[in-house]
Design a protein around this ligand. Structure first.
Ligand code: 5GP
Length: 114
């Protein structure tokens, strides 16, 4: 899996493709999933080039924490007291888009569709 010019999330970050934005900071963007697997289904992504969670290291560790900070802020914004976080890691882990992303899902997500 490689980070490509054509990576759909890279195009969203660059503003070349539209998204329904929920949260944005200097490092993070969050937007509604185009094919929701729960009543609320949001994708939280870093604006930097990280393909999978398997790339985590001492240098980029903070960006992983920022995904969770974004989830907290989104929950507050949407007044959700509980939610589910899901991450597919690598093609063999079911990851389709080669850009790190954390799925933020409402509690009706049953854990089987991603
Ligand atoms: P993965 O299977 O890689 O963990 O999840 C990729 C997610 O990205 C899927 O839930 C899919 O519906 C979503 N997705 C794919 N293309 C787009 C797009 O162009 N826009 C948005 N908002 N979501 C997308």
């Amino acid at each position: 899996m490689t980070f490509m010019e054509k990576n759909i999330f890279a195009e969203i970050i660059a503003g070349k493709l539209p998204c329904q934005k929920v949260y944005e900071s200097d490092d993070i963007l969050a937007f509604y999933d185009i094919a929701p697997k729960a009543k609320t289904h949001i994708l939280i992504i870093p604006k930097t080039e990280i393909i999978t969670a398997q790339e985590v290291n001492e240098k980029n560790l903070a960006i992983f924490g920022k995904l969770f900070l974004a989830a907290k802020e989104i929950a507050k914004k949407l007044k959700m007291t509980g939610y589910k976080l899901h991450m597919n890691v690598g093609e063999d882990g079911g990851q389709v888009v080669p850009h790190l992303h954390l799925h933020f899902l409402s509690a009706d997500y049953d854990g089987s569709q991603l």
